[in-house]
Design a protein around this ligand. Structure first.
Ligand code: ADP
Ligand code: MG
Length: 480
């Protein structure tokens, strides 16, 4: 068996209005080459000017992960030829990145594992080559050239494809929470390169790695790593050596293929960009970034456990996105203090019926047609015993479909649970009378029949009789 070592380089597209070094719009989906200005294409005589919003976002990220914010960092030119980079170099940061260190905590089974970060730096994106539009030709769309990216580099401390996916998910949640990325992986707003190597034991020095480029989904990351780990193991077990190279993942064939041998940093001829001054993060900018920081997902989940009494699992689900957490919190604060389990009941309804209904209609929580206050009203009627479980579901469906308020619906649907002792006793007697044989069997020791009696009574009441109360009354009547 081999010890697996993985490190990820994640590119996060920053959610700015304009590009990293120009005022060109970053709006997604514009016709090709309508958002590629002279600065973005590096025309002679133009000068790049750093986008303050992008810098602020990078600093906010650095603060959120507990990294060190460099008061002075530097932009460097990374020179290479590729058709989607007509100016021949990409402006990036090299030996003086804006964020150094920091860490991301991930859940591994029951444990929390801390993954140290190496750095996070600002760079501009390149254009896009389109190979499938015209047969035998390549088309270029330079709208993406100059869009700000934050590249986040992890230390090689991820030990399996599962950990790599957990790390990427954690990072995804974080940048969305921070509001610095829209998180849309299909549109390429967050993509990653995965570095992986094997070694005989955790004590051995790091093995030779390969780098799998441009993975844009959690599933592809997992599949690509799983394939690549098996491939490297086979090479090593056959007595061979792994070549240090860059590979591409082909999702259709579910395999990685060599793309090019790995270039060394020297090949890029990095040097400080002479058009740009050192990037200075002063107190003002730091303070601005600080005010962007919301309560972060982990802290929020811990608070949900503490304040609302949720299970850690539920707290994790409910804080997986900021709008979902906001929604839950709106419901929970409307019901808390009213009923001892109300905040937990609220969690149950948000995670169950509400997410189910949203899923069914293919909409996100941001577009949820049911206001938190209306769901809260339903939760309260469950808590105070007005609604039984099945009736509450019926009311939920009606609530989802229309505008009536909960109490009106309860009356209209005749959904009010029967808790009244006299009314329930009447039901109990009726059921016992109708089933004399079962009554005999129960008295002779067939305890399971209690469930049968309760079921019959609930049915006879049109689903409205309170089953807990019924159970107690049957026992009372039957004397055991
Ligand atoms: P480069 O910039 O040449 O790609 P870096 O040293 O900056 O190389 O590392 C890039 C990524 O590769 C980091 O995420 C790091 O954790 C990871 N990495 C480095 N060495 C290894 C290795 N031997 N096995 C797996 N991952 C590695
Ligand atoms: Mg790299």
């Amino acid at each position: 068996m081999w010890d697996t070592v993985i490190g990820l380089e994640v590119h996060v597209q920053l959610l700015t209005e304009s590009k990293l070094f120009s005022s060109t719009s970053t709006r997604f989906g514009a016709p090709p080459n309508t958002q590629a200005g002279l600065v973005d294409l590096g025309f002679p005589g133009t000068l790049p000017v750093p986008n303050r919003a992008a810098v602020r976002m990078a600093v906010a990220f650095g603060l959120a992960v507990g990294g060190r914010i460099a008061e002075r960092s530097r932009f460097a030119r990374k020179s290479y030829f590729y058709p989607d980079l007509p100016k021949g170099y990409q402006i990036s940061q090299y030996d003086e990145p804006i964020v150094v260190g920091g860490s991301i905590a991930i859940g591994v089974g029951e444990r929390v594992k801390t993954i140290p970060l190496v750095r996070a730096h600002l760079e501009e994106d390149a254009g896009k080559s389109l190979h499938d539009l015209y047969p035998g030709r390549t088309a270029l769309d330079l709208n993406r050239a100059g869009i700000p990216l934050l590249e986040i580099v992890s230390s090689p401390s991820l030990a399996s494809p599962e950990e790599a996916v957990a790390y990427l998910k954690e990072l995804h949640t974080l940048v969305c929470y921070l509001g610095i990325c829209d998180g849309n992986m299909q549109e390429g707003s967050l993509r990653c390169d995965a570095n992986v190597s094997l070694r005989p034991s955790p004590e051995a020095p790091l093995g030779t790695r390969t780098e799998i480029k441009n993975l844009n989904s959690f599933r592809f990351l997992e599949q690509a790593l799983t394939y690549e780990i098996r491939r490297q193991a086979e090479v090593l077990e056959a007595g061979g050596t792994v070549a240090q190279e860059t590979r591409l993942y082909d999702p259709d064939r579910r395999e990685t293929r060599p793309m090019r041998s790995k270039e060394e940093a020297e090949d890029y001829r990095y040097f400080p960009d002479p058009d740009l001054l050192p990037l200075v993060v002063d107190e003002t900018l730091r303070a601005e970034a600080q005010t962007m920081l919301p309560e972060l997902p982990r802290a929020r989940a811990e608070r949900f456990v503490r304040v609302y009494g949720l299970e850690p699992y539920a707290a994790g689900v409910l804080t997986s996105s900021r709008p979902l957490a906001d929604y839950y919190e709106a419901v929970a604060s409307a019901v808390s203090g009213k009923g001892k389990d109300s905040a937990r009941t609220a969690a149950h309804w948000v995670m169950g019926d509400l997410l189910g209904a949203l899923n069914r209609q293919g909409i996100g929580i941001e577009a949820c047609p049911l206001a938190p206050a209306r769901l809260a009203a339903l939760v309260l009627r469950v808590e105070d015993g007005t609604l039984s479980g099945p009736k509450a579901k019926e009311v939920f469906e009606a609530l989802w479909a229309g505008a009536e308020d909960v109490d009106t619906l309860i009356e209209r649907l005749g959904a009010r649970q029967i808790n009244d002792r006299e009314a329930l006793l009447e039901l109990v007697d009726r059921i016992l009378e109708a089933h004399p044989r079962q009554r005999q069997d129960y008295l002779a020791g067939k305890d399971k029949l209690l469930g049968f009696f309760v079921g019959q009574a609930v049915k006879a009441s049109g689903g409205r009789a309170n089953p807990q109360e019924l159970g107690a009354l049957f026992r009372e009547r039957l004397g055991r």
